[in-house]
Design a protein around this ligand. Structure first.
Ligand SMILES: NC(=O)c1ccc[n+]([C@@H]2O[C@H](COP(=O)([O-])OP(=O)(O)OC[C@H]3O[C@@H](n4cnc5c(N)ncnc54)[C@H](O)[C@@H]3O)[C@@H](O)[C@H]2O)c1
Length: 337
């Protein structure tokens, strides 16, 4: 049984990681670290975990085999550096770090310690993403040439609960400071494109819009040219109805190949393969899968083989593309002001 410790008891830990760990055979949450003592007491109770610490050294000495990092991005480097010092493998939430230098530093620290560093690209593990991977590699749409990956939503709304309050929503604000929609969410889509196609990105063109007032653009378009000759367009928004009372979103994967098309649409609940043989209706599921990620994480640590686990280098590649494009857009806006 793999004894897991978790650092950072916030939103993603509570709805994603902790329930998934509880449902996954071969691992158990035995210890948590949270610097905010009130949150720690609450999390210890809610997660039903025996050991909880506000001191990271005591946490690392609490009998854990591996570490889950679910703190905000600015804390990832510090958390991973300590994990390496204590000889613990890591599954770290995306984005890997706040900048390229920190991401590389994390990867090199773990490589020097001969420890695996995996990244929480949960979208890879949804049955839909796995099926797309299989269909593309089997040539079900011929050669995949053009991908349209779109996720437009409000990032929990500009104001708290859209009650008419004008109090800014702190969660959304934090995500915009970390880099905005392409760096926060778009890294998943960029990772999927690289993984589905098995092809690196050689050139990018990006452009953004400022619907809301933040330093980073809150509606971003990123075009990726792959080594294989395929092209991916990722469109991400955090301002799709961000002041509206009623929530709307738009989530689509479309893969266009030399012999067919794969379509996935969250709202319409469509998942289908359309090619010269006709239309095959596939089983629709949601796009995230924390349980699948933990099953693969346990397997990867037991066998020493990453398998489908996204590595630190996958995390760096996706984050680099998202961040460089976003920073170019921000510089471009300042230059043209
Ligand atoms: N993979 C996904 O689908 C997904 C979804 C949501 C968020 N995330 C990522 O997960 C990370 C956390 O997001 P969240 O929404 O849960 O944030 P959050 O702010 O709700 O929770 C973070 C928690 O970490 C704690 N913390 C602060 N400093 C810390 C430190 N130095 N060490 C350990 N813990 C510390 C905070 O007190 C807080 O309790 C972010 O990097 C975010 O981008 C990933």
């Amino acid at each position: 049984m793999l004894r897991l410790g978790l650092m950072g008891c916030g939103v993603v830990a509570s709805y994603g990681h902790v329930p998934a760990i509880a449902r996954t055979a071969g691992c158990k949450l035995v210890s948590i670290f949270e610097p905010d003592s009130a949150r720690l007491i609450d999390a210890k109770d809610r997660y039903k975990v025996e050991k909880g610490f506000t001191d990271p050294n005591l946490f690392f000495q609490s009998g854990i085999d591996a570490v889950i990092v679910t703190s905000p991005a600015p804390a990832h480097l510090e958390n991973v550096t300590m994990a390496a010092r204590y000889g613990k493998p890591v599954l770290c939430e995306k984005p890997l770090a706040m900048n390229e230098a920190e991401s590389l530093q994390m990867i090199e620290i773990m490589e020097r310690a001969n420890l695996p560093l995996y990244v929480g690209f949960t979208y890879r593990f949804s049955p839909v993403a796995m099926e797309i991977k299989r269909l593309v590699s089997e040539g079900a749409i011929g050669k995949a040439r053009s991908l349209r990956l779109i996720y437009l939503w409000d990032c929990h709304g500009k104001f708290d609960c859209r009650t008419g309050s004008t109090k800014p929503n702190p969660g959304r604000h934090g995500r915009m400071i970390e880099g905005g929609p392409m760096v926060d969410c778009g890294v998943h889509q960029i990772d999927l494109a690289r993984w589905w196609l098995g092809s690196e990105v050689k050139r990018t063109v990006g452009t953004g819009a400022w619907v809301d007032e933040h330093e980073a653009p809150d509606h971003v378009y990123l075009h990726l040219d792959h080594d294989s000759g395929a092209h991916t367009m990722v469109e991400m928004s955090y301002s799709y109805g961000h002041t509206s009372k009623d929530q709307r979103c738009h989530f689509v994967y479309e893969l266009i190949g030399t012999d067919g098309l794969i379509r996935y649409d969250r709202q319409a609940r469509i998942f289908e393969l359309v090619n010269h043989q006709g239309t095959k209706h596939l089983t629709w599921t949601e796009e995230k899968n924390f349980d699948g990620m933990y099953t693969e994480f346990v397997r990867a640590l037991q066998t020493g083989q990453p398998g489908n686990m996204p590595t630190g280098r996958d995390g760096l590649a996706a984050t680099r593309l998202a961040r460089v494009a976003t920073e170019d857009m921000m510089r471009g806006r300042v230059a043209s002001a």
